[in-house]
Design a protein around this ligand. Structure first.
Ligand SMILES: [Zn+2]
Length: 128
C-alpha cells in the first residue's frame, strides 16, 4: 500500500515523501533540500486503516443504447486487509454517492464498516 516517510536533518529541517509498497527513500530523498545535509532520522509512517472508496459507473452500453447513465455502485475496501470489501447492490446517483462516501471519510475501518451496515442506501431501497 505504501507509506509516508518523515526525515529530519541535523539542522532540524523536516520533510516528508510518500513511497509505494515497501520502498525506502533513496539518497536524493534522504538529502535535505534546504542545506543539502543528509537526514539524521528517517521514520516510516504507515497509512491508517481507513476505507478506500471507489465509484464504479453503472452505465451499460449495447449497440449504441445506454442505460443507468449517471448512476454508480459505491464500493469500499480496507487499505490494510484487501479481502475486506463492501459494494452497493443498487446503483445511486453521483450526488448520493458523494453524500454516502462523505459518511465514511477519515474514520477507522471498523467504524466505517458499522456505518456502511447502518446507513447504506441499499437498506433504504430494501425497505421501500
Ligand atoms: Zn536541512
Amino acid at each position: 500500500m505504501g507509506a509516508w516517510w518523515r526525515m529530519q536533518c541535523e539542522d532540524a529541517h523536516l520533510w516528508e515523501i510518500f513511497l509505494e509498497g515497501d520502498a525506502e527513500p533513496n539518497e536524493e530523498q534522504l538529502t535535505c533540500q534546504e542545506d543539502h545535509q543528509p537526514a539524521v532520522t528517517a521514520t516510516r509512517l504507515p497509512l491508517a486503516d481507513q476505507a478506500t472508496i471507489t465509484f464504479i459507473p453503472a452505465t451499460w452500453e449495447l449497440e449504441g443504447s445506454k442505460g443507468h447513465s449517471d448512476q454508480y455502485f459505491v464500493a469500499m475496501h480496507s487499505s490494510k486487509h484487501a479481502e475486506q470489501s463492501h459494494r452497493l447492490t443498487h446503483p445511486v446517483t453521483w450526488e448520493e454517492a458523494i453524500k454516502f462516501a462523505s459518511l465514511l471519510k477519515g474514520i477507522p475501518w471498523g467504524q466505517a464498516t458499522r456505518r456502511w451496515e447502518r446507513l447504506s442506501p441499499d437498506r433504504k431501497k430494501q425497505r421501500n
